[in-house]
Design a protein. Sequence first.
Length: 399
Amino acid sequence: MQLVYLGCVFLTIVLLLTFRRPLYQAVLGGLFMTVLLFQIPPSGIWKQTMAVFKNPDSLSVLISLYFITYLQQMLEARSQIKLAQQDLNGLFHNRRINAACAPLFIGLLPSAAAMILCGDIVKESTEGYLDSREQAFVTSWFRHIPESTLPTYAGVLLMANLSGVPLPKFMAGMIIPVIVLALLGYWPYIRKLPKDPGMPRSTQRGKDAVHLFQHLWSLLLIIALILIGKMSVVTAVFLVIAGAAVIYRFRLKELFSMVRSAFEINLLLNTFLVLVLKEYISYTGVLQNLPELLSSLPIPAYLIFALLFFAGAIISGTNGIIALGTPLAFAAVSGGMPLMVLLMCMCHAASQISPTHVCLVVAADYFHITLGELMRKTLPSTMLFCGIMILYYNILLCF
């Protein structure tokens, strides 16, 4: 019955989104149904709500979201994103490269708030050619491609550790899935864009490359501090904000004015509610019942675990199902690298249509569309990707 109740919770959210209710109302509806069906006591409601502030990972999402919004406003005040767009046009003279590669690059930054920076560049590159739903899809789809593969993300590291699959071997196996993801985003949307960015071709590409570095140094430094300096996202962004305030010569009056304007109440509230929903679902313990339910299905074991990871990632996020399911999967199926690739791809696909995925909330809010509209736009590509990855897994087993 727990799984039936969980289905009712997600159905409530989907129905409210279908009727174009604001995201906060849809998530509040889901929270109400979770409390009602799972009979969470008042003490549990309070405890799980406050857990968002006590859980370092959840709290860092909210803080980094605010800091990135603040940094975005600093960059906008000095026209850095717009100038970087011009530099990209000079270097490549190809609107399609700008729209696809900028989110891929910024996707190296392991933070939901990076979606805001991706959105700036994608919107600039695609305005007038893609509608807001298509822009949101491109931003979210390409920004998440690095998350499926790179060890800068906790899910990849966790599964590699639990499965014993060497990271270089896993990353080699992910070359084809990454290409497939790029093509699934390129073919229906990026291909609509004219290659010509509408400005003369640059004759000084070396100078454009230097200017691009000058205009994007803040993002490059954040990534370097995280990957090389092993800093948290919050610390790295805060240090870059401090550096940008000096380098761009912001006056105190400007800095103080952005303290309030960077506080995007709708974005922060929606993100907070999604984090609370994840805590409530975790409290119910329903994720632990998924393996028992799926084990009764008359399908091969690898497909059972593929479904387990897909459903689990939708319910509680990638890290939760990886921690629960990886030891079970690799004990039951002798899959090695192919199995890790399949399961990681299933987690990645599920995250693109999960109402508990914070990045989707940020993308929908940025482009002023509903979460339901973004999920409907993403669903066909996600399902096609899953089918191709199941075929790819069976091909890998032949070698």
